[in-house]
Design a protein around this ligand. Structure first.
Ligand SMILES: Cc1cc2nc3c(=O)[nH]c(=O)nc-3n(C[C@H](O)[C@H](O)[C@H](O)COP(=O)(O)OP(=O)(O)OC[C@H]3O[C@@H](n4cnc5c(N)ncnc54)[C@H](O)[C@@H]3O)c2cc1C
Length: 325
């Protein structure tokens, strides 16, 4: 059987949602008996996260070297590449998160193979397997095949559906990768967790984003109220972040976060390519702009040409009414 490794990332006390999505998708395509799937965790693994992971995988391999306790691209890459090589893995998959995008290319280099990054779709059972990834700001979707082995992928969050947790727990194996401290050249000095009640933008199903059309920081309450009414996470354009109306953590785009929600609502956003590059794989896009020629409408499934100062409160009120009724 061809071995598939899914790198699982821990955030707080639990695995990241994208890691569970990938384990579920891998379990689905492994059903034909051609693949065996293992989850690989490196460094910190709280008990609650381990228990949850074991209900989504038949085998969880955990690298516990003290040198890997804190993330470093060199350490993680060596551990994962070493394990892939040792077991003859045919595929190594991780979420296209900050960490996944940072160290999976190094895994590909160590294994002398290629990588498809930001994958949003796959035909696992094709021969050869084909993967879909956006290019040129989402204007083109490229189909990628590998001429080398193993296949290395980073996959955007929300690209594959979550499945149900299994009652029967998987097998848990602790390992060390034998990483020598002098192979790690970067040192994490401090980790600052943003204290937030809402779901992280990169994993959010629903996003309401605002741009410069909001005119002032205080007007973002219109975005927050609509987001509150549907349980969405708030996003912003870079212009808004540069103007200090929102924190950098809210920025969507080329120099911000890449998001793939089920629904993206953008108000007062022109649709500059740098912004589009961060949201072009949203499943449904609703754009609100008073300019009928705004570029964002080219990427929208639904558009409202109107003044956001009228449209947003009306939408919020209607949604609240429907929720209460
Ligand atoms: C290297 C580089 C990296 C970049 N990275 C990013 C990035 O990561 N993310 C990002 O977002 N940008 C990024 N940018 C900036 C990007 O090019 C745009 O300048 C920016 O996205 C524009 O933001 P905006 O849509 O909020 O503002 P604008 O382009 O000013 O658009 C405002 C829109 O609001 C509409 N509007 C105004 N008033 C109303 C109203 N009352 N009702 C309804 N609509 C209204 C207008 O018609 C207009 O379309 C980057 C730029 C560079 C050069």
């Amino acid at each position: 059987m061809d071995k598939v490794l899914v790198f699982v990332e821990i955030k707080g006390d639990g695995p990241r949602k994208v890691s569970l999505e990938l384990l579920c998708e891998a379990a689905r395509f492994a059903q034909n008996g051609r693949f065996s799937v293992e989850a690989v965790c490196i460094g910190r693994l709280p008990d609650a996260a381990r228990d949850k992971l074991l209900s989504y995988t038949e085998k969880l391999v955990h690298f516990t070297d003290p040198e890997l306790a804190v993330y470093s691209p060199e350490g993680y890459a060596r551990a994962l590449a070493g394990y892939a090589r040792e077991g003859g893995a045919k595929m190594v998959i991780a979420g296209a998160t900050g960490i996944g995008r940072d160290f999976l290319p190094r895994v590909a280099v160590l294994l002398e193979t290629g990588i498809a990054s930001d994958v949003t779709g796959a035909n696992w059972l094709n021969e050869p397997m084909t993967f879909v990834r956006p290019m040129f700001g989402g204007k083109v979707f490229a189909e990628v095949v590998f001429s080398t082995s193993p296949v290395i992928l980073t996959v955007r969050p929300n690209s594959f559906a979550m499945g149900e947790a299994q009652e029967k727990g998987g097998e848990y194996i602790e390992k060390t990768a034998g990483i020598s401290p002098d192979t790690i050249h970067t040192k994490v000095v401090r980790v600052e967790e943003a204290s937030r009640d809402t779901v992280d933008l990169t994993e959010a199903d629903l996003i309401v984003a605002g741009g410069r059309g909001l005119k002032a920081a205080e007007n973002f309450n219109l975005i927050e109220e609509l987001a509150g009414a549907i349980g969405a996470t708030v996003g912003a354009t870079r212009s808004v972040v540069d103007a200090k109306w929102r924190e950098q953590a809210d920025q969507i785009g080329k120099s911000g976060k890449t998001v793939s929600p089920k629904l993206y609502i953008g108000a007062g956003i022109s649709g500059a390519i740098h912004h589009i590059m961060g949201m072009d794989t949203s499943k449904v896009v609703l754009a609100i702009n008073r300019d009928p020629n705004a570029i964002i409408f080219n990427y929208a499934n639904y558009g409202i040409v109107g003044d956001l100062f009228e449209v947003l409160p009306a939408m919020t009120q209607e949604l609240k009414k429907r929720k209460e009724g």
